[in-house]
Write a protein that binds this ligand. Sequence first.
Ligand code: PGA
Length: 238
Amino acid sequence: MPNPKLFLIANWKLHFSLKEATKWLDEFAKQQVLAEDVEVVICPSFPLLFPLFEMVERKKITIKLGAQNVSRFEEGTYTGEVGIRQLQEWVQYIIVGHSERRIHFKESDKEVVEKIRLCLAGNLTPIVCVSELEQVEYLAKAQLQTERLIVAYEPLCAISSGQLESPDLSESPEQADFFSQGIKALLGENVRVLYGGSVRSKNISGFLKCESLSGFLVGGASLDVNEFGKIVKIAGKV
Ligand code: PGA
């Protein structure tokens, strides 16, 4: 599948034990909602990557795996870090610079760019999260191969608390489209832009009409396998 029309990235954040994750994947596979031109990428915590990779291979489930972060160091005396070479065998995507990492772990734009460069050098696709135009301007100055990036626009106020029942904080599709066009104006037309922030089965149809968007980064709603299945099904019909 060289050019998927849409990307649906499930960001599980700090959720799921191995047992819960394998149950989720089993149930997801049974739903048979995967469509040819929708690339579904599951991003679990590090320790789940290898067992899920084995399960995906064994059961021939046509999803991809992604990591939620990578060390800015390639190798060395960095206790607790997980490096690009340790991820390369199991993932094709890496989320970089999520706002929760920028806020709770003080990740700077400089570090984000270092991580992007490592991903690109390692032939992995970085999913670079941005919430403000200044962050995009920083990326533009770094002169990256932007056609190889996926940029996820996630306004801070739209990110949910992770509960499906919580209020829908999503931005309007028009606002998302406007920001997405701003990203393309700065980084080039070929950059793929996703929207993230309270995406659910109830509101995805509006966003699917935005031509500047190449998909979605889904947090809370991806934890409920039936809800995520619905999202994939709707996206596959477009
Ligand atoms: P949300 O999270 O879908 O729960 O709002 C999105 C994200 O933080 O990536």
